[in-house]
Design a protein. Sequence first.
Length: 65
Amino acid sequence: MSGAKESQDRWLTCPVCQVRFCASQSEALPFCSARCRLVDLGRWLEEQYGLPLPERPQGEEAEEY
């Protein structure tokens, strides 16, 4: 019956290292490991990722924070 269980498991691709892994085997979803989760966090903290901002109409001044 273990074959039936394997066919029901979800397989994902890690967004950091691109390795395919079984979702039920990872405690760091959506990553394959805690290491990849930390690599992703480091990329956010180093501002390698960002969220797009809506474009301002021309002539509008940038707000100072």
